[in-house]
Design a protein around this ligand. Structure first.
Ligand code: NAD
Length: 372
């Protein structure tokens, strides 16, 4: 089977859907791999490395005209026009973007959006949300440390003692837990909040303090448990209590990393404009939820906003700032997913009754198969 790996065209996207190491595995499994010229350049995978791995370097049209196309981001209309009806597309295709799905369906693609994979043990090795969020959580803390005009660790020097930075992490999923671990490693004192009760133990196991917003009713506790590992929108009364506590903690903080998301919905507002105005000048907020409206209404996508001396970092694609490692993990995720849709001799053999395949299949035979 011809497998194409095009260069990503979306602004700021530096990742690539296949690395030379993984291409070697595809070639060994019987794929003819067509890599677009410079597809891996921004992630520091040169064309020569792909050639050594057994790929052919081709132009954009040939990479996109393959029977199987591996992408990082959903194709834009220009890319779609180069793809063949009936071909198979695998990538992070924005399963909640109804217009985007309709365009891919109209192009006649069989499309798999890997973000839609269920959060089950068997899907862990192909979980793109986790592999990329983990790196984003790490990078968020480094960006904060770089912006912050002081140090993270407590430091005793002959010229005096410097106090440790205080970090607050909001949302303790994959990105938040990595942000906690990274801030701890750099020497900050860390506390964190999440709606899900399971998060308490995970936060504490990393040596951070849990910001406890007690549940006052059975309904609050039941909603907080979430579904399929994901959070659900909490009742207004709980959100108000959380907001008051978060405002108080943020005023004491030097660094705030916010990662709170609810699938398919706008990000919950956790850091109000008033809270920002109450924060210390020089403190830094990194809002990882910016693409979905932000956990802070003052965040600006792909910018650093300065409000009252507080820097609010709103970069929307943090994994793209560590493109080599992000691509390596992502390429591995795709490779593991393809085991579920290809059979011997690298032929397509889509296991429709597999729950992971069924969840990820968003377009087939001109139809959108998911209610975005
Ligand atoms: P996510 O990116 O959807 O959301 C980030 C975090 O924000 C979540 O922890 C969520 O509970 C939290 N959040 C939502 N509203 C909030 C609010 N008002 N205040 C504070 N926090 C709020 O989540 P994620 O990182 O994708 O992880 C979600 C869950 O899935 C976690 O429990 C994670 O451990 C689990 N998970 C399981 C698997 C697996 O078993 N295969 C893989 C990955 C993640």
């Amino acid at each position: 089977m011809q497998t194409g790996i095009p260069r990503e065209r979306r602004g700021g996207e530096t990742r690539v859907a296949g690395t030379p190491e993984i291409v070697k595995k595809y070639v060994a499994a019987g794929h003819t791999v067509l890599v677009e010229k410079d597809a891996g350049a921004l992630a520091h995978f040169p064309d020569a490395a792909y050639e050594q791995a057994g790929a052919r370097i081709v132009d954009q049209g040939d990479a996109l005209a393959a029977e199987l196309v591996l992408k990082v981001r959903a194709p834009d209309p220009q890319e779609l026009a180069l793809m063949k009806p009936g071909s198979v597309l695998v990538g992070m295709l924005d399963p909640f973007d109804a217009d985007g799905l309709a365009r891919m369906a109209a192009a006649g693609l069989t499309a798999f959006a890997l973000e839609a994979a269920p959060r089950i043990t068997r899907a862990q090795s192909l979980d793109v949300l986790s592999s990329q969020a983990n790196l984003a959580g790490y990078k968020a803390v480094l960006l904060a440390a770089n912006q912050y005009g002081r140090l993270f660790p407590m430091m005793m020097t002959a010229a005096g003692t410097l106090k440790a930075a205080r970090a607050v992490v909001l949302g303790a999923g994959v990105a938040g837990l990595q942000a906690i671990a990274t801030a701890k490693r750099l020497g900050a004192v860390v506390e964190a909040s999440d709606v899900r009760p399971a998060a308490k133990e995970q936060i504490e196991s990393l040596g951070a303090k849990f910001i406890d917003v007690p549940y006052e009713t059975d309904e609050e506790r039941e909603i907080a448990e979430g579904t399929g590992g994901y959070a659900r929108p909490m009742p207004a009364a709980w959100m108000a209590r959380q907001a008051a506590l978060v405002a108080e903690r943020c005023k004491q903080a030097d660094i705030v990393v916010s990662t709170a998301l609810i699938p398919g919905r706008p990000a919950p507002e956790l850091i109000s404009a008033d809270t920002v105005h109450g924060m210390k000048p020089g403190s830094v907020i990194v809002d990882l939820a910016v693409e979905r409206g932000g956990n802070c209404p003052l965040s600006e996508k792909d910018k650093v906003a300065m409000v009252n001396g507080v820097a609010i970092i709103g970069y929307s694609n943090l994994a793209a700032l560590v493109p080599h490692d992000a691509s390596a993990l992502y390429a591995r995720n795709i490779f593991d997913f393809l085991k579920l849709v290809t059979g011997a001799e690298a032929q397509l053999d889509i296991q429709h009754d597999d729950e992971i395949v069924a969840a990820c299949l968003v377009c087939k035979d001109g139809k959108v198969l998911r209610n975005a």
